[in-house]
Design a protein around this ligand. Structure first.
Ligand SMILES: Nc1nc2c(ncn2[C@@H]2O[C@H](COP(=O)(O)OP(=O)(O)OP(=O)(O)O)[C@@H](O)[C@H]2O)c(=O)[nH]1
Ligand SMILES: [Mg+2]
Length: 437
């Protein structure tokens, strides 16, 4: 395999930039440019030791650190070298160019991690955890990503696979010795039911997992001038949207994100709903309704003390399941019986409002293991379907079908860790990585 190289840190001015090499030629290519008083040849390089030296390609010189990881004790399982240089786009580019000129090949997105996967250093879902760690934007997302990357999720799937494999071998043996194995077969059915229950639980955690990964989208809608933009600004903690007492101030959707109790919340302030002849404002109102349709939660804001427009509210409730009625401006109008009372002006009640958003999306109390990746959900859905067919076949005493269904279930489940994943699936997973990881 080629020796690959890439810049692993983001491009731009920074304290440190890292350029990596992985493959058989990593050290010899590196030493064509790097030297120090202690390093005269390959034999002088101590693995896992960060050493100071000079990188020189003849014209550009740079004082930097180099570390060598000897195969198989490296991230990729191959020989690896990292240069820790001064962060700077041009400098990193020059170092990369030198390494490419010396025979290294530019790494494809995620190729380092892909090589680690091929070397058996991590499973496919652990690799997906690495990507999730990098892209995490909230504490909850980071926690789920760590569970994937560290193999905790993988262990759970492995346990289910072990159970299913035991069931399969018992069922296979029972074909030859049906009478002797009656007890074991009974036992197997219990095991299969347990796996079915755990898979169902995992799948039901996926709704929460999706919200953790992408954030909860919350649309702020309501009539003009009720204080929607003021609420957005209050939640953000700065003045993002224009606030005025002119009706119809906001004409477009204004989106910003916050993190509340470790959960990312994508807020969307929208144009106020009213009858108007203004063409542009009407386009804005259409967008408000679209935002409400696409949101996980809709905050229907009204002025406290005023009866909300029931038709409008019913219309929004018709296309959005989670609509919270929010009574704003309680600092002047006092509280209302129905709904959540807040003042965007003083901030009163906004925490209660955010807690309610987490409550209606069931993010306030979460299961131990949460499914966050669509690929995993898809594998488990297929595995569960086959398992359920297998259980029905078992009840119908159709042993041949039970075996076929169990094998299908095992195959679908092992795709998660990459065991039975096709090249296309593996390509797809790594294509979503960044270059240098
Ligand atoms: N007293 C008081 N005034 C508020 C409060 N929230 C908003 N306002 C005022 O209400 C007026 C309208 O506020 P906006 O936030 O622009 O209302 P909006 O719903 O975004 O209005 P449109 O963009 O026109 O749909 C402004 O004068 C705000 O200062 C509140 O909690 N208390
Ligand atoms: Mg507004």
């Amino acid at each position: 395999m080629d020796t690959i190289t890439a810049i692993s840190t983001p491009l731009g001015a920074g304290a440190i930039g890292i350029v990596r090499l992985s493959g058989e030629q990593a050290l010899s290519i590196a030493l064509r440019f790097f030297g120090s008083s202690k390093i005269k040849s390959k034999e002088d390089v101590v693995p896992n030791h960060l050493g100071l030296g000079t990188f020189s390609d003849g014209s550009v010189r740079e004082k930097c650190m180099m570390v060598y990881f000897r195969a198989p004790k490296s991230y990729t399982g191959e020989d690896m070298v990292e240069f820790h240089i001064h962060g700077g786009t041009y400098l990193a580019g020059r170092v990369l160019e030198s390494l490419l000129g010396a025979g290294a090949v530019l790494a494809a997105p995620g190729e380092f991690t892909r090589r680690a996967f091929l070397a058996g250093k991590l499973s496919l879902d652990e690799a997906e955890g690495v990507r999730a760690m990098i892209s995490a934007e909230s504490e909850a997302e980071l926690r789920e990503a760590y569970s994937l990357m560290s193999g905790r999720f993988d262990q759970k799937i492995d346990r289910l696979l072990t159970l299913l494999t035991e069931v399969l071998s018992t069922m296979e043996a029972s074909l030859d010795y049906p009478e002797e194995m009656a007890d074991e077969v009974d036992d197997s059915l219990q095991k299969a039911l347990l796996v079915q229950k755990e898979m169902t639980e995992l799948l039901s955690s996926y709704r929460a997992g999706k919200l953790i990964k992408g954030g909860v989208t919350v649309a702020i809608v309501g009539k003009t001038n009720v204080g929607k933009s003021s609420l957005l600004n209050r939640l953000l903690g700065y003045s993002r949207a224009i606030v005025s007492d002119v009706h119809g101030t906001t004409r477009d959707v204004v989106g910003e994100s916050i993190v509340y109790k470790g959960i990312k919340i994508n807020l969307q302030d929208t144009a106020g709903l009213r009858q108007t002849g203004d063409e542009v404002e009407n386009i804005g109102i259409e967008r408000s309704l679209d935002a409400a349709k696409g949101a996980d939660v809709v905050l229907y804001v009204a002025e406290a003390g005023q009866t909300p427009d029931e038709d409008e509210l019913a219309n929004i409730r018709a296309f959005s399941k989670k609509v919270l009625l929010v009574n704003n401006k309680i600092d002047v109008f006092g509280v209302t019986q129905e709904g959540i009372n807040i003042s965007a002006k003083t901030g009163e009640g906004v925490d209660v409002l955010l807690d309610e958003v987490l409550r209606v999306t069931a993010l306030d109390h979460r299961a131990q293991e949460t499914l966050t990746e669509e690929r995993h959900a898809d594998c488990i859905r297929r595995a569960l379907r086959s398992l359920e067919e297998g259980i029905s076949a078992f009840k119908a005493v159709n042993a041949e079908c039970v075996l076929v269904d169990l094998r299908e279930s095992i195959d679908a489940l092992s795709e998660i860790g990459g065991g039975s994943a096709t090249d296309r699936i593996v390509d797809d997973v790594f294509s979503r990585f960044c270059v240098g990881k």
